[in-house]
Design a protein around this ligand. Sequence first.
Ligand code: CP
Length: 298
Amino acid sequence: MHHIISIKELETEEINALLNKAEKISKEGFVRRTLEDKLVALLFFEPSTRTRMSFSAALSRLGGDVITVDSVEGSSISKGETLADTIRVVSSYVDAIVLRHPKEGAARLASNFSTVPVINAGDGAGQHPSQTLLDLYTIRENMPLDNIDVGLLGDLRYGRTSHSLSYALSNYNVRIHTIAPKGLEMPAALNEELIERGIELVHHDNLQDVINELDVLYVTRIQRERFPDSASYARVAYSYRITPEILNNVRENLILMHPLPRAGEIDPAVDSLPYAKYFRQAENGVPVRMAMLEEVIL
Ligand code: CP
């Protein structure tokens, strides 16, 4: 049984194979009925638009069907049922489970109790492997994943997309530049892991110090929901914003990415500039998740 819990468990060849499969699916125009009669449970105990809907779209495009739980309140977890019991039961109904949960480690726990493959759709500040695969796919659409400079801007402490992506990038010849508000830097353990894996990692105090050297600027939202209190969130809120002016002297091939949702970090005036790839990035979620569902179910 093949779970996808963390990007760390995928070898470079497996990542490349998934990206190649997604590319093939996209080129063929999503005409594919490989998962007819297959049923997938989407268990989302945290809000989501892109991940939930693109997994649902992906399965429909593959000829399968979904059953869903969209909130804690809408499930018997609100009556005190454990996640383990929920997973035991739901896995007897379906061919795979896609789980989003506010607690780091929840997807791993679910995989220990599930009789079908589990895909982690985001576990707290932990990992978000399907997002990372579509991020890599989007970079690869624009440039080879070789000898490039990638800037990670934003909440690198709580942002699971940056955690997953930075680790995945360590499979390639990439330099990573981090730019985070004070207190929201990348966890020390992840920094060490990346350095051990041989990646060149540079921390910057200001985006202006490095923006002109970047091929990719990956912006993230401050994860308000993960802060212990509103005062600590208020200290860092609105501390960065990408505007057309900031992009005046950047590399011609720069791509600007964001996992979305955005909450003021990118001025909508940037959307029409050639650098803006974040809506294309979200669109790429469908072929990438189609490839992932085939991978775990077939
Ligand atoms: N990028 C992402 O995970 O978006 P959603 O929270 O809307 O799924």
